[in-house]
Design a protein around this ligand. Structure first.
Ligand code: SF4
Ligand code: SF4
Ligand code: SF4
Length: 202
């Protein structure tokens, strides 16, 4: 079996496990393409036609797998596998026939979620220079900044810690895709639905 198939299979399995866990908790928290408002609103409007999936030049969204409960078949993004590139003109949004994905003005107006850094896992917080997520971010120095500070209890070494600017992060997941900390847990993840619901007021 080709390595790419093994990786794709593992990634699908991780999404399936996450989806199952969310479904069990009754809290679907799948990363949706740009233009999705709160999860309830999105699920009410999405007819699972797959047009956004077909329209994406990066094959970023895929149908939510078995185990996702009522969300099965709806488009979701595994940021670790293929994050959203925030395409000019948002082809995924343009083809959505129901308004499940609603028009967004530009990439700064997208609200897919908000990145969150796990300081226990992030190697920058352990004193290593990384900044990979910072450099991957399409909103570098807006959505992620580097907080330069001295290490606690150490007068010589400094920490170059990535820090998320909540109001500026659009949740595209490029930081997650590139994080140098591997499976099973990256040091950065996207918190999805709460942010979309808050922004959309739904
Ligand atoms: S903005 Fe582009 S990369 Fe992101 S889901 Fe839509 S078509 Fe795919
Ligand atoms: S999700 Fe990550 S890469 Fe995307 S805007 Fe937020 S911090 Fe930047
Ligand atoms: S890429 Fe990952 S490990 Fe590196 S600074 Fe970002 S969150 Fe930390």
């Amino acid at each position: 079996m080709k390595l790419s198939n093994v990786i794709a299979g593992a990634s699908a399995a991780i999404v399936a496990i996450q989806a199952a866990a969310y479904a069990l908790r009754g809290e679907p928290d799948l990363l949706r393409p740009p233009g999705a408002h709160g999860e309830k609103d999105f699920l009410a409007r999405c007819i699972k036609c797959g047009k956004c999936i077909e329209a994406c030049p990066y094959r970023s969204p895929a149908p939510a797998p078995q185990g996702a409960g009522i969300a099965v078949g709806t488009p979701c993004i595994d940021a670790r596998e293929q994050a959203c590139r925030l395409c000019e003109g948002f082809p995924c949004v343009r083809v959505c026939p129901t308004g499940a994905l609603r028009a967004v003005e530009g990439h700064r107006d997208v609200r897919m979620g908000v990145a969150a850094i796990d300081e226990e896992l992030c190697i920058a917080f352990q004193g290593m220079r990384c900044e990979v997520c910072y450099r991957a971010c399409p909103l570098i120095d807006e959505a992620i900044v580097i907080d330069y500070r001295m290490r606690e209890g150490d007068a010589i070494h400094s920490v170059f810690a990535p820090s998320i600017v909540q109001d500026a992060c659009v949740g595209c997941g490029l930081c997650v895709e590139r994080c140098v900390v591997g499976e099973p847990h990256t040091a950065i993840r996207i918190v999805c639905d709460a942010e979309r619901a808050r922004t959309a007021g739904s």
